[in-house]
Ligand binder design. Structure first.
Ligand code: SF4
Length: 492
């Protein structure tokens, strides 16, 4: 049996891609392992959004080299966003890497390639096990995965077709998303045998509903690494969600680089209709969705959420990036602070108790103290429940990479710290208002011997005492104490 290991960097879209490939490898009879030391096949799924992504990847490949020294038959692959634009360099610098496959490429040929690799690995691993001193090697670099696949005509082999895995990525909500088989099996075990061990973590499903992006935000590398938008057919997304719910998923996250510009290629239905139809699926579950863009935000979406609150939680992650119109224009975000605030008004009107989070970039090139203060002013108006804030870092191949920077790094740090300190106060004030209230919470996992972690529908963390059997279930918790991040409560 082939053991595989995934190292996944970056966003939920990458997590979903790794899950999909892991599921594929499971179907081929492979087994996931928790450490590189046990892996015959190691796949690194890379992210290019944050600075230093390449350095991280390169130093990790250095770590993998140590493992490969002792087991030279081991195969190593690099996929994802960094693989999209650093393919040549990775091949040149790292002999140990067998394949590099970018996020823009069709995953069907990668899967065909993996299937072939697994067959080869079974042979080389057996040779290695028989004689570890024989120095069995993994077979060098396959610099053009697609050519290898075409050459071997793998796409039409009976095994590939029989697994139903010859679907293209564009109808690939199946391969790219699902709770893992392991989880499914664990859930089934519980159903089949009362008293059997329950899974130790909430069964979550990440469903890619689209990939790529047609926007051109000046700081973002995604359009370059993932290409233009491709929405997957709604019928398949709905099948996927129904399948995952039937297999125990309690939280479904619909994922897209620009999730609310989704448009069904078959019917033309848009994101609000998808949400409506997901919410109409039988079962008890919550649906989360990331990440939307204000330019594509419609009032209709919040009307749908208001209508299906049992399944569609009152939680909106709504990235603003800056409160200064001048900076928003430089960022090419295509909205103004006033337009954004009008949309926030829709949320307050239609979902009065909803929580709202956002992303903010501090110190974009050309940002002045005045621009920064405009962001702080917007924060005070919205009073976010959570803010993910970062100092701008230039990314090669993006529009902002060569823009003139006018503020010092020290200023940016000072701005960020002040913004984060204020946000902590706001979070604390907001959580204090919850003391004495009872919330329906979804239990995620045990975090201490006497503590379970759950989240409210608004995505606020709650600690409480309860048995392991509650993991993956909905419970009611009354809040008794709170800090800025975690609330503490008791079961009702
Ligand atoms: S909307 Fe902007 S930030 Fe989001 S993925 Fe597209 S380009 Fe990047």
């Amino acid at each position: 049996m082939i053991n595989y290991f995934f190292k996944t960097y970056g966003c939920q879209a990458n997590v979903a891609d790794s899950q999909g490939l892991a599921r594929f490898l499971d179907e081929l009879g492979c087994k996931e392992v928790q450490t590189e030391a046990d892996a015959d096949l190691a796949i690194v799924n890379t992210c290019a959004v944050r600075d230093k992504a390449e350095q991280k990847l390169f130093s990790y490949l250095g770590e993998l080299a140590e493992h490969k020294k002792s087991r030279q038959y081991m195969k190593i692959g690099v996929i994802g966003c960094v693989a999209s634009y650093k393919k040549k360099e990775i091949y040149q610098r790292f002999d140990l890497v067998n394949f590099v496959y970018g996020a823009r490429e069709e995953y069907d040929s990668l899967k065909a390639y993996l299937m072939d690799s697994v067959v080869n690995l079974e042979t080389t691993k057996q040779m290695y096990m028989t004689n570890p001193d024989a120095n069995v090697k993994s077979g060098g670099q396959d610099r053009d995965v697609k050519k290898v696949v075409q050459f071997k005509k793998l796409l039409s082999t009976p095994r590939f077709v029989s697994l139903g895995l010859n679907r293209l990525r564009q109808d690939g909500v199946y391969p790219e998303s699902s709770p893992r088989d392991g989880q499914e099996k664990a859930e089934k075990k519980v159903i089949d045998k009362p008293g059997a061990q329950k899974p130790q973590e909430l069964n979550r499903s990440y469903v890619n509903i689209m990939t790529g992006c047609n926007k051109a935000c000046a700081y973002c590398i995604v359009p370059f690494t993932r290409g233009g938008e491709v929405s997957y057919p709604m019928a398949q997304i709905l099948d996927r969600v129904a399948h995952d719910i039937a297999n125990g998923a309690k939280e479904i996250t619909l994922i897209g680089q620009n999730v609310n510009s989704y448009i069904d290629p078959e019917t033309g239905y848009k994101f609000p209709e998808l949400m409506r139809r997901v919410a109409a699926i039988d079962g008890q579950f919550w649906v989360r969705w990331i990440s939307p863009h204000p330019q594509d935000m419609t009032r209709e979406l919040f009307e749908v959420i208001a209508q299906y609150r049992d399944k569609l939680p009152g939680y909106v992650h709504f990235p603003v990036q800056s409160g200064s119109d001048r900076i928003l224009t430089l960022m090419k975000r295509n909205y103004t602070a006033a337009q954004y605030l009008e949309q926030i008004g829709w949320i307050h009107e239609l979902l009065p108790d909803a929580t709202i989070s956002t992303d903010i970039i501090v110190g974009f090139p050309g940002e002045t103290e005045e621009d920064y203060l405009a962001t702080r002013e917007l924060m005070e108006k919205v009073k976010y429940d959570l803010v993910y804030s970062f100092i701008y870092s230039p990314r090669k191949y993006t529009g902002a990479a060569n823009m003139e920077d006018t503020s010092s790094y020290q200023d940016k740090q000072k701005w960020l710290e002040a913004l984060q300190d204020r946000q902590k106060e706001i979070c604390f004030e907001r959580n204090l208002r919850n003391i004495g209230k009872t919330f329906t919470c979804l239990v995620e996992k045990r975090v201490a011997h006497d503590k379970l972690l759950a989240r409210t529908e608004g995505n606020v963390r709650v600690h409480f005492q309860g048995p392991d059997e509650m993991i993956g279930t909905f419970v009611k918790v009354r809040i008794e104490e709170t800090g800025p991040v975690n609330m503490i409560g008791v079961l009702v």
